[in-house]
Design a protein. Structure first.
Length: 357
C-alpha cells in the first residue's frame, strides 16, 4: 500500500493519502483547500486515480479541498450522514466500507467532538484515522457543533480502544509536530481518555476547558457544510497561471514543457541561470535567452520586465526551479520553470544557439 502523511502548518491539519499499489486507486482523508494543488500534484506524480475524498467531520479551523479535487480529478466526496453537509456523493453510516483497489477502510462513527465525526480503520486494523475524536495524548473539544463530552468518551472507548494495541493512531491534527501514536499508548497515557480516568472527571475537564472559538469558524463551517464548494467558481489567482499550460509539481514549482516554449518564445522572457561557461558550452542556449547565473540572480533582475512572463532554464531544471521561487518572492508573479532544462530541450532536438551535436 502507498501511504503519505501531509501537513498544513496554518491549521496543523494532517491530510492522509492511501492507495492500493497494484491498481493505483486512492483515497484522501481530510484535504485542505489551500493545498489542493499540492495534493493533486502528488497524486499525479505517483500515477494514482483518486476515487474518494473522505472527511472525518465538518471542520471549524480550515476549509476542505474536497470540492476542488472533485472538479480537478473527478473524485467523489464522502462523509458522515450525520454531518449535515450538502453536496456529498456518498453519506456514510457506521460500518460502511470504502474500497480502493484491493484495500478497504471501515467507517466507524465516533461522535462527540461534533455530531458527525467519523473515524476510518484500515482493513488490516493496523491503522486508524481518528480525526479529532482521538488526538495524540488528547481529544477534540466538545463545546460546539453538537459536541458532547460523554458521547465522545464512549465513542473512543467503545469504537477505537477495542482495536489492536499496536494499531497506529493517525489524528486529524497535532499542534506539537507529533505524527502518530498507538491504541496501546493512548489507553495508558492519554491524560483525558486513558482507561483509568472516570467519566465524571472527563466531563468536568472538558466542560471547563475555556477555549476561544477557532478564528476561522465563521468561514470554515459554512464552507464545509457545502463540502468546500467555493462561493465563486474560482477562488485562486488564475491570471498568474493562465498564460501557458503550466503544471504544478509536488515540490511546489510551476513548470511548462519545452515544445510550448519553442512555439511561444517570442511572448516570454527566457532567463538562463547557468554559469557563463555552460551558456556557451556543449548544450548551447535558447535564442534570445538572458544569462543571469543563479548566484547573482537577486542582483540581476534589472534585466527582466514584470510585463511579460519569465521562463527560467538551467541544465536539468533543478537550479531554475530554485530561481522561480526567488523570482516569485521578489514579486514576479508570472514565472515558470522549463521542465527538464537544456537536457530535455536538446533531447527533443529543439533549436539552440552554439553547442555541439
Amino acid at each position: 500500500m502507498i501511504f503519505r502523511q501531509l501537513f498544513d502548518p496554518q491549521s496543523s491539519t494532517y491530510t492522509y493519502l492511501l492507495a492500493d499499489s497494484a491498481t493505483r486507486e486512492a483515497v484522501l482523508i481530510d484535504p485542505v483547500f489551500e493545498h489542493v494543488r499540492r495534493d493533486a500534484a502528488l497524486i499525479g506524480e505517483l500515477g494514482l486515480k483518486l476515487l474518494f475524498t473522505l472527511e472525518t467531520h465538518v471542520h471549524a479551523d480550515h476549509v476542505t479541498g474536497a470540492a476542488l479535487l472533485k472538479r480537478r480529478l473527478a473524485s467523489r466526496i464522502a462523509l458522515s450522514k450525520d454531518s449535515g453537509a450538502e453536496g456529498a456523493d456518498r453519506y456514510l453510516a457506521d460500518g460502511d466500507v470504502i474500497a480502493f483497489g484491493m484495500r478497504t477502510l471501515e467507517a466507524r462513527a465516533t461522535p462527540g467532538h461534533t455530531g458527525g465525526c467519523m473515524s476510518y480503520v484500515l482493513d488490516s486494523r493496523a491503522m486508524a484515522f481518528t480525526g479529532d475524536a482521538l488526538l495524540i495524548r488528547g481529544c477534540g473539544r466538545t463545546d460546539f457543533q453538537q459536541g458532547d463530552a460523554r458521547q465522545l468518551l464512549r465513542s473512543v472507548r467503545e469504537r477505537l480502544f477495542p482495536l489492536p494495541d499496536d494499531c497506529l493512531v493517525y489524528p486529524g491534527h497535532d499542534y506539537r509536530g507529533l505524527t502518530a501514536s498507538s491504541v496501546s499508548e493512548e489507553k495508558k497515557y492519554n491524560p483525558r481518555l486513558a482507561e483509568n480516568i472516570g467519566e465524571a472527571d472527563f466531563i468536568g475537564y472538558m466542560t471547563h476547558l475555556g477555549l476561544a472559538h477557532p478564528k476561522l469558524m465563521d468561514v470554515a463551517v459554512p464552507a464545509n457544510l457545502r463540502c468546500g464548494r467555493p462561493d465563486k467558481e474560482d477562488m485562486t489567482n488564475a491570471a498568474d497561471t493562465e498564460w501557458a499550460p503550466l503544471s504544478y509539481t509536488f515540490a511546489g514549482i510551476w513548470e511548462l514543457q519545452p515544445d510550448w516554449l519553442a512555439d511561444n518564445a517570442g511572448g516570454v522572457q527566457v532567463l538562463d541561470v547557468r554559469e557563463p561557461n555552460e551558456f556557451t558550452g556543449s548544450l548551447g542556449h535558447i535564442a534570445g535567452a538572458k544569462l543571469v547565473p543563479l548566484g547573482s540572480l537577486l542582483n540581476g533582475t534589472e534585466q527582466l520586465s514584470n510585463d511579460r512572463p519569465v521562463v527560467v532554464v538551467c541544465r536539468s531544471g533543478a537550479r531554475s526551479a530554485q530561481a522561480t521561487v526567488l523570482l516569485r518572492n521578489a514579486g514576479y508573479t508570472k514565472v515558470a520553470n522549463l521542465a527538464g532544462g537544456m537536457l530535455r530541450w536538446r533531447a527533443q532536438q529543439l533549436p539552440v544557439e552554439g553547442g555541439t551535436d
